[in-house]
Design a binder for this molecule. Structure first.
Ligand code: ATP
Ligand code: MG
Length: 340
C-alpha cells in the first residue's frame, strides 16, 4: 500500500508573485514526510497543487503513472479518491453536524450502506476523541475539536496518500503527542504515504522519515530525517532550533551583514564560523532525536529495520549518496545560503 508521489520542476506563481520555483522531490511510497517553512512560503499552496486544486505554471506531479497537473476535472475526481486531506482551515461544512461532515466522503465516493458508514464514522471519531460530539455543528465546538473532526474526515476512505496541513495547530501539547502517535500508528497499520505540514519542531524531529524545508521560493532541502537533523545548513539549523539568529527574518528580509554578525556571535558560542561551518563544539543544537515508535502490539513497517541501521551509522550524515532516496538539491541549498 501507499503510492509514491514524484514532483519535478514544479513552479507556481500568482500574477507576478512567484511562490516557489523548480521544486523537485519524491515522497516515497508508505513513508512519512514533513514539510517545514516560514509562514507564507507556500506550504499550503504546495499541498493544494499536489491534489490538483491549484495548477502550477510548470512542472509535473506524478501519482500512479498520471500527471495530476494535466488531468481534467473528471479524471482528477478519480485520483482524489486516493487522498485524505486535512486543509489548514479544516474546511468543514458549517451547516452539517460533525457526523455528516465526517460521513461526507463515504457518501460521495462509495456506495456503502448507512450501517457500514456509521461503523466507519464512529470508529474514526473514536480514534480522534470525538465520540459524543456527533450532533454538534462546527460553529459550536472548539478550534481543536474542528481540527480533529477534519482529521477524522480525512481518514474515512482509508486513503493511500494522506496530506495534513498543520494538523497540530490549535491543539494542546498533550493532544499533539496523541496526534503524533496516531500518525505513526496509522502509518504502521495502513502504510499510507504521508505529507504533513507543521510548525511544530518537536513533531518534525520525531515523526517523519523525511523532512523538507521551503524558504525564499525554493525547496532548500528534502531528504531523510537524519540528513536534515544533522545538517550544518544555516537555514535548516535556524528553523529546526526555532531561533531568531540566521537567514530567516520576521518578514523574510534580513540584511546580509546582520545575518553574518548573528551567525558569527552564535558561532562564537557554539564553535562555528560565520558561514556556519562546524567547529569542535558545534554539535550543541544539531543531532538526532529518537524516533517515535508505533504503539506496543503494532508491527513496525518493514522499512524500519533499514532506517534504524542507516541512522545507527555515524557516517550516514556525511554521505548522502549512501541514502536510499536523496532528493536534496545542493545547488539550491547553496543559493539559499549565499543569496542573503
Ligand atoms: N489563491 C491564491 N491567490 C493568490 N495568492 C495566493 C493564493 N493562495 C495563496 N496565495 C499566496 O501564496 C503565498 C503562500 O501562501 P500559503 O498559504 O501557501 O503559505 P504557507 O506557507 O502555507 O503559510 P502558513 O505557514 O502561514 O500557513 C502567500 O503569499 C499567499 O498570499
Ligand atoms: Mg499554510
Amino acid at each position: 500500500m501507499g503510492v509514491e508521489i514524484c514532483v519535478e520542476g514544479l513552479t507556481k506563481s500568482f500574477g507576478h508573485q512567484v511562490i516557489w520555483q523548480d521544486v523537485s522531490l519524491t515522497l516515497p511510497a508508505g513513508e512519512v514526510s514533513v514539510m517545514l517553512g516560514p509562514s507564507g512560503t507556500g506550504k499550503s499552496v504546495f499541498l493544494k497543487t499536489l491534489v490538483g486544486l491549484l495548477r502550477p505554471d510548470r512542472g509535473s506531479v506524478t501519482i500512479a503513472g498520471q500527471d495530476v497537473t494535466k488531468l481534467r476535472e473528471h479524471e482528477l475526481y478519480e485520483v482524489r479518491k486516493l487522498f485524505g486531506v486535512l486543509f489548514q482551515d479544516g474546511a468543514l461544512f458549517g451547516s452539517m453536524h460533525l457526523y455528516d461532515n465526517i460521513a461526507f466522503p463515504l457518501r460521495e465516493h462509495t456506495r456503502k450502506p448507512e450501517s457500514e458508514i456509521r461503523r466507519i464514522v464512529l470508529e474514526k471519531m473514536d480514534m480522534v476523541g470525538l465520540i459524543g460530539a456527533e450532533e454538534k455543528l462546527p460553529g459550536e465546538i472548539s478550534g481543536g475539536m474542528r481540527k480533529r473532526a477534519g482529521l477524522a474526515r480525512a481518514l474515512v476512505l482509508d486513503p493511500e496518500i494522506i496530506l495534513f496541513d498543520e494538523p497540530d495547530s490549535g491543539l494542546d501539547p498533550v493532544r499533539v503527542a496523541y496526534l503524533n502517535q496516531l500518525i505513526v500508528d496509522l502509518n504502521a497499520q495502513i502504510d499510507a504515504t504521508f505529507l504533513i505540514v507543521t510548525h511544530d519542531i518537536a513533531s518534525a524531529r520525531q515523526v517523519p522519515d523525511n523532512i523538507g524545508l521551503l524558504f525564499r521560493r525554493e525547496l532548500v532541502m528534502f531528504g531523510p530525517r537524519e540528513q536534515l537533523l544533522t545538517s550544518d545548513e544555516p537555514v535548516v539549523r535556524q528553523f529546526l532550533n526555532g531561533r531568531m539568529q540566521g537567514p530567516i527574518g520576521m518578514a523574510e528580509e534580513k540584511d546580509a551583514a546582520q545575518v553574518e554578525q548573528e551567525l558569527a556571535q552564535l558561532g562564537e558560542r557554539e564553535g562555528r564560523n560565520a558561514k556556519g561551518e562546524s567547529g569542535p563544539k558545534a554539535a550543541t543544537d544539531t543531532g538526532m532525536t529518537p524516533r517515535l515508535l508505533p504503539s506496543p502490539g503494532l508491527a513496525r513497517p518493514p522499512r524500519w529495520e533499514a532506517i534504524a541501521k542507516r541512522e545507527a551509522k555515524p557516517e550516514a550524515k556525511a554521505e548522502p549518496e549512501d541514502e536510499a532516496k536523496p532528493a536534496h538539491k545542493t545547488d539550491q541549498r547553496e543559493a539559499a545560503v549565499t543569496d542573503i
